[in-house]
Write a protein that binds this ligand. Sequence first.
Ligand SMILES: [Zn+2]
Length: 270
Amino acid sequence: MQDIWVVIGATVLLGLLRVWINPVRKKQLQTRHVATGILKQLTPAYRKELEEHFPYFQKLDPQNRRVFAARVQAFIHSKEFIPRGYTHVNDRMKALIAAAAVQLTFGFRHLNFSHFRRILVYPDNYYSQITRRYHQGEVNKKGIIVLSWRNFVRGYADENDGRNLGLHEMAHALRLENAIANEEFDFIDPAVLRQFDELAMQEMERIHSGENFFRLYAATNLQEFFAVAVENFFERPHAFFDYNPELYKCMVRKLKQDPRQWLRIDPIPV
Ligand SMILES: [Zn+2]
């Protein structure tokens, strides 16, 4: 009789352990699948958004489109999208926000902004109680990316004006991701980072003395300079190269891609 109670006790204990272990195991598997790119199938609703509304994706060849789509799916799968002033974050918002992150990091194989787990989406400029100002977007060291949808859309509406909120905020996230110790830590060559900062300081002085290729806001500090440089790198690559080839080539080495070639207009080897 006692043996029966031992068996029953052991069975209940095993069941409880399974309930406790399963979510942990499931999360580990999901993380590994994202990291190894096993989640390859992009949901058709997201694919439609990329095909219709994302110029960078439209210009890629079929092989790169497959890789890009898998990266977008992995990004969406691993983030929590939180609506602010909306009932939910819709498919278009998720697909295009993920695509902005993948566009910036497409030169790296598996980069997925693992430090950033939550993405907040506001309809428009939002008021910050901390800074007591209205913001279009921000990136929080605690792992939150905040975007205002109207400004995000406006950034991609004119793809040649050198202004793009999505890329700007993702650039801040990239710099932080590179600096915060985790599995995606230190992926940018430190020598390239040093060279970029030196060239950026020179360029910030030029902005202060009236040169206006980069808008004045870029001279705020090195973080803002990089974010504005990223906007121009993707939206005005040829003009950027003509203006300052050394800085442009440094961006190519930093991000491991050259938008002049993606755009397939008169590619010039770096
Ligand atoms: Zn900024």
